[in-house]
Design a binder for this molecule. Structure first.
Ligand SMILES: [Zn+2]
Length: 283
């Protein structure tokens, strides 16, 4: 029996899935994607991701996304604290996320993003939960904040959609993090990322789709396609094994070996998930 996959980052509550959410999840299951990790983005979807994870047999994280930090206040951080307390015994609550910093999107107020992020790192420590990290153009400051909030102790968690340097990857690994790889690695032109996916220690890699975003090249619509009125392709968890096949090809491994390693790594990054599922041959 093939080792099932874990999609460690997918926004399955997104409106893009409103018309076919049940079928979308069934397609993922048919492709051996056993568990999807559904992160929240702000207090408005805390209940939605929790209910969805329960309805689908998946797991979830609660947090305030850096792109939502602009409108978040200290009150919203207090709401997160309260939600983490209220659901502390929920085995499907596996992390604080999606949290982090984004220095790619313009117009975000750095000071506010940083305050909201640091407060959430303290909450992750308080509630003894791993972190799902957004690190777009921000790996170094995210690592710095983790070191401060962690007080020298390692972290559990995932730097999702990792696209940093080899040195930054190494620094993440040294802090205890796994690195999330998804659709971006399927593009031939993503040279640095493909080199990382090829050379990083296998123990550091987890797989993700970031659905409905970051479509792999076979789903992606080019600018020319879109100029002709085609909408951007929608990514979904069922694409995960094919993305893993690309990683397997880069590393000269079988897709089963990538499934085994990435699933084991995901369970290590998210200990509560390990308590929830059992995968034969992994533990
Ligand atoms: Zn995300």
């Amino acid at each position: 029996m093939p080792t099932p996959f874990i999609d460690t980052h997918c926004h399955l509550d997104a409106p893009e899935f409103d018309t076919d959410r049940v079928e979308m999840r069934a397609r993922a299951a048919a492709q051996d994607v056993m568990v999807c990790v559904i992160p929240a983005v702000a207090a408005f979807n805390f209940d939605t991701v929790r209910q969805l994870a329960h309805a689908q047999g998946d797991v979830y994280a609660l947090g305030i996304h850096p792109l939502c930090a602009g409108s978040a206040t200290e009150d919203e951080v207090a709401l997160l604290d309260a939600a983490l307390s209220a659901h502390r015994d929920d085995p499907r609550l596996v992390a604080v996320g999606e949290i982090g910093l984004d220095y790619f999107v313009e117009g975000l107020e750095p000071g506010r993003q940083e305050r909201i992020f640091e407060a959430q790192l303290r909450l992750a420590r308080k509630h003894d939960l791993p972190v799902l990290l957004h690190v777009r153009r921000s790996v170094d400051p995210v690592l710095k904040a983790l070191r401060v909030a962690g007080g020298g102790k390692p972290w559990h968690g995932i730097a999702h959609a990792f696209n940093g340097s080899e040195q930054q990857a190494q620094a993440c690994i040294e802090l205890g993090l796994k690195l999330g790889f998804g659709g971006a690695v399927t593009f031939d032109r993503a040279l640095r990322l493909r080199r990382l996916a090829t050379t990083l220690p296998l123990e550091a890699i987890v797989m993700e789709t970031d659905s409905p975003d970051i479509p792999p090249h076979w789903v992606y619509k080019t600018q020319a396609d879109r100029a002709q009125g085609q909408p951007q392709g929608r990514n979904e968890p069922a694409e995960l094994p094919r993305i893993a096949e690309v990683v397997a090809g880069l590393r000269g491994m079988t897709v089963e070996e990538v499934a085994q390693a990435s699933t084991r790594n995901a369970l290590e990054a998210l200990p509560r998930l390990a308590g929830l599922v059992s995968v034969s041959g992994i533990g």
